[in-house]
Design a protein around this ligand. Structure first.
Ligand code: NAD
Ligand code: DAU
Length: 351
């Protein structure tokens, strides 16, 4: 039985990954390490109650001794690092927190894994580490071209700067110690359990409440949307079959403007849920500082080398996502009560 130490496994992508892995493989166990910040939610993992293959530990990835204890208690074969502060708007307000969690947390985790796994001859056996990174490290595209693995790093936001820094530490561990790591750089995910600070769940939630739908700037910024389950499958593949120390971009050639996304959500809710939800709810608000114009992934490497492809079309994925939020109104109520109200006020009041 293989043991996976998954960090950030109570967040959006992490919890989808934990559920995907335990649903796909019988003979594994997952040590789920999450600090449970505002973005971590044990309700995402409720369906695993009683499943002995899932061990949850409320732990900060910056806490070296707590991580060392987990590595000595469990024979960890693989590490997948999702834990991060993940929201660009918050990073513009509090960059230090992003440096702490995303950079120092990654370095701490790398170091603990290296010490636990390194053999007397300096090799690492069959152990593997995967750093979940983002296409935002490449910066912003103009109207043409795509991000390839060879595209120079050019992060613009404090969030993407922290993720790029973490990537460079992972690379340094590979180059210096031959540490067995991979990096995946994925485009925008959507699907179940995404916290409603992000565009798609925020717009779904506001539309159902007849609240205004804030679009930054002119709404013509483009993101390359990927259904979260397809991202989980890509991580599983890279972790087991990727060439060590290589980077893999993950995306689905599914570029959409923010205007398109918001109009599609309105259309679905108007047609299937509430005819009073119309485009009149849209409000164009002050742009995000340093707002990247366009992201677009070239996924040829992971497609050609590992046979990955995004199975869920955007048309299917967005309907599944909206349906999930409609069926999980209690989940949404829980995450939007309390601190979320203050966050929303602060972020949108003066826009
Ligand atoms: P999220 O904000 O939903 O979840 C992050 C999780 O990390 C939460 O459960 C939180 O409690 C946990 N966490 C935060 N700080 C921690 C710490 N110090 N120690 C332990 N746990 C901590 O984020 P997400 O959208 O699920 O993103 C997961 C990862 O994927 C991040 O590394 C992010 O940079 C990357 N990523 C996200 C996207 C996307 O579209 N959401 C795309 C590409 C890459
Ligand atoms: O590209 C991958 C990245 O995608 C991940 O690394 C990040 O963790 C993840 O948060 C996401 O970053 P974005 O900034 O692209 O996602 P967000 O949902 O915040 O915004 C998507 C687009 O929508 C972006 O152009 C900003 C815009 N937007 C966002 C919000 C929250 C709005 O117009 N209005 C909004 O209220």
């Amino acid at each position: 039985m293989k043991t996976y130490l998954v960090t950030g496994g109570a967040g959006f992508i992490g919890s989808n990954f934990v559920l995907y892995m335990l649903g796909t493989y019988d003979d594994i166990r997952i040590v789920n390490v999450d600090k449970l910040t505002y973005a971590g939610n044990l309700e995402n993992l409720a369906s695993l109650k009683g499943d002995e293959r899932h061990i949850f530990s409320q732990t900060d990835i910056c806490d070296k001794s707590a991580l060392e204890k987990l590595f000595s208690e469990y024979e960890v074969d693989y590490v997948v690092n999702f834990a991060a502060e993940s929201h660009v708007d918050r990073s513009i307000l509090i960059p230090e927190l992003f440096a702490q969690t995303n950079v120092m947390g990654t370095v701490t985790l790398l170091d603990v894994a290296k010490r636990a796994w390194e053999q007397t001859d300096g090799t690492f056996g069959d152990h593997r580490y995967l750093q979940v990174s983002t296409d935002e490290v490449y910066g912003s595209l103009g109207a043409e071209g795509y991000f390839k693995e060879t595209t120079p790093l050019d992060p613009h936001s404090p969030y993407s700067a922290s993720k790029a820094s973490a990537d460079l530490f992972v690379k340094a561990y590979g180059d210096t110690y031959r540490f067995p790591a991979n990096i995946t750089r994925c485009s925008n995910n959507y699907g179940p359990f995404q916290f409603p600070e992000k565009l798609i769940p925020l717009v779904i939630n506001n539309a159902l409440d007849h609240k205004s739908l804030p679009i930054y700037g002119d709404g013509m910024n483009v993101r390359d949307w990927l259904y979260v389950e397809d991202h989980c499958k890509a991580i599983d593949l890279v972790l087991h079959k990727g060439v060590l120390r290589e980077v893999y971009n993950v995306g689905g050639h599914n570029e959409r403007s923010n205007n398109f996304i918001v109009h599609r959500v309105i259309e679905y809710i108007h047609d299937h849920v509430d005819a009073e939800v119309t485009d009149t709810l849209i409000t164009y608000v002050e742009d995000r500082k340093g707002h990247d114009r366009r992201y677009g992934i070239d996924p040829e490497k992971i497609k050609d080398d590992l046979g990955w492809y995004p199975a869920t079309t955007f048309e299917v994925g967005i309907e599944k996502t909206i349906e999930w939020y409609l069926k999980n109104k209690v989940w949404m109520e829980h995450v939007t009560s309390g601190a979320y109200q203050g966050y929303y006020e602060k972020m949108y009041r003066n826009r």
